[in-house]
Design a protein around this ligand. Sequence first.
Ligand code: NAD
Length: 253
Amino acid sequence: MTAATDLEFAGLTALVTGGGAGIGAATIEALRTRGAATAALDLDPSGAPAGAVQIQVDVTDSAAVQAAVDRAAAELGGIDIVINNAGIGAQGQVEANDDAEWARVLDVNVVSVARVTTAALPHLRRSQAAAVVNTASIASMLGLPERVLYSASKGAVQAMTLAMAADWVAEGIRVNAVVPGTANTPWIGRLLEKAEDPAAERAALNARQPHGRLVEPEEVAEAHCYLASPRNRSTTGVLLPIDGGMTSLRTRS
Ligand code: NAD
């Protein structure tokens, strides 16, 4: 049972892009449990937790994003929190992705952060608890093989997070990012399914993590909540890894 004192988001509203699955859906669940009214903006929002407003939208379509954000604000009664979480992968060395693929992935992973945040900005400016939380990735902090485009996109998300935080710190709009390690979401499920032996591949993936397992989406959701919480009004410009120590630890000396 949730204690009343845990309802730290009571009276607050949040929109979550990519809220129809994986980390985004877990974040909606965590925000709702703590009292927020939520909207899931997704290509397919039908997988969002019950009670969230479901809004079908492609975050690369500016006009559709504006309409979706307006609808979320109308149905929720404003927007205090924006979780920019929709994202897609890209594999390969630098020559693997052509101009069209670069444009597509950067549009979904990077430009959408600017697009959604800009559409929500008038609402954030009216909020007393305004917070933006972006979902980055450890891919941009490690030299991962065959992830040039994806790593570039998530490095841009980190840089934007810091720059937006600087722009808005004086007016009280906080901007932070979670930096997940490999997380146990449908995305990773789809990648594992392509392997010759998915069970063996999953075991190998687990073994590559310092803490011996994938990060659970609920653990990333906890970080989204921490960074969005009105209890943490001094937390801005933070890039918070949730990665079992992948970016900070060496398990052998
Ligand atoms: P997922 O594929 O399981 O879910 C992503 C959701 O985003 C889906 O519901 C999808 O429909 C939606 N989406 C994708 N493109 C969209 C678009 N153009 N418009 C609207 N919605 C769109 O992914 P996930 O693993 O939950 O990843 C969420 C975020 O976390 C992404 O930004 C991803 O880069 C990041 N991330 C994931 C991992 C991981 O290992 N899973 C690690 C680090 C960072």
